[in-house]
Design a protein around this ligand. Structure first.
Ligand SMILES: O=C/C=C/C(C(=O)O)=C(/O)C(=O)O
Ligand SMILES: [Fe+2]
Length: 286
């Protein structure tokens, strides 16, 4: 069994790094860690980076997850190979670019590009936001799934993710105590459906609602509250149509041994208990 410890980073291809930088700093509120030749590294917490825009095709989207050590990485590679997932062993140069000791890359059953990494770098300097969005850290991703039941089996049976709750057949899965690190969303093709950053308070969510509205950043859902994790949230659109979420107050699962996933109906009130409806963002199909 592959033991995922946490989500580490997202890498997004971008045809326009300047536009990505403008959005990430002036709107989203991340800190520039480094500008490489073709990479823009952004921080959201005490890690050296949690988002990297890389010159290229916006369809190139990767999520990195941390595993314990190099032995775990080798075991993971063998497990995935045995299951027929092609595994790319990251070169030293590729690992440097990701600021990790070592990594492997593969595709999940829907075709999402996933990397498993060992020893992602932390920063000795504290995170200093580019704007006062109240970000406390990168927390989870929504991943497109062409078959949520199949992909739930992959993440839970091969990667040790645990289902915290389901909306219809959409699982919200954790890899540690936090309610979810991976949310599957039914879609016709692979891709990252949204990228979540936690903020400090509900005030931050509402402040950003007004801040982003004034700057004509499309708000696609919220402000609202998820009945699943209990989080207050706001979703908005960034470059290349990528959806970002701020949220606060995500539950932690107190007792790993006794937690049973709750089943929510596939209906609007399962997505927002305050009555907010998504605009221009398709609610996942059942
Ligand atoms: O609409 C359902 C979303 C649920 C949550 C949550 O419970 O916090 C998410 O953040 C999510 O799926 O992204
Ligand atoms: Fe989310």
């Amino acid at each position: 069994m592959i033991q995922l410890k946490d989500v580490s980073y997202v890498r997004l291809g971008s045809p326009d790094l300047e536009q990505a930088e403008q959005f990430a700093t002036a709107c989203l509120g991340l800190q520039i860690a480094e500008r490489g030749k073709a990479d823009l590294y952004l921080r959201s917490d005490d890690r050296s980076h949690t988002l990297c825009y890389s010159e290229g095709n916006p369809k190139d989207q990767t999520v990195g997850f941390e595993v314990d050590d190099e032995a775990s990485l080798q075991n993971a590679a063998a497990t995935l190979e045995a299951l027929g997932h092609g595994v790319h062993a990251g070169t030293a140069e590729e690992a440097d670019r990701r600021k990790v000791k070592a990594f492997i890359g593969f595709r999940d059953p829907s075709g999402n590009h996933i990397e498993l990494v060992v020893r992602p770098e932390r920063s000795g300097r504290r995170y200093f936001a580019s704007r006062d969005a109240g970000i406390t850290g990168f927390s989870h991703v929504g991943l497109n799934s062409t078959d949520p039941a199949r992909d739930e089996r992959f993440w839970t049976q091969i990667c040790n993710a645990r289902v915290s709750d389901r909306i219809g057949d959409i699982p919200l899965m954790r890899v540690n105590a936090i309610h979810h690190t991976i949310a599957l969303v039914r879609a016709p093709q692979a891709g990252i459906q949204h990228i979540n950053h936690q903020v400090e308070s509900s005030d931050d969510v509402l402040r950003s609602y007004h801040f982003l509205n004034e700057r004509r950043v499309p708000i696609v859902f919220g402000p609202g509250r998820h009945p699943t994790s209990g989080a207050r949230f706001l979703y908005f659109k960034g470059p290349d149509g990528m959806i970002f979420e701020y949220s606060v107050g995500v539950d932690e699962i107190e007792d790993e041994a006794t937690h049973r996933p709750r089943q929510f109906g596939f209906e609007p009130t399962s997505f927002c208990m305050w009555g907010s409806k998504p605009a221009g963002m398709t609610l996942p199909n059942k």
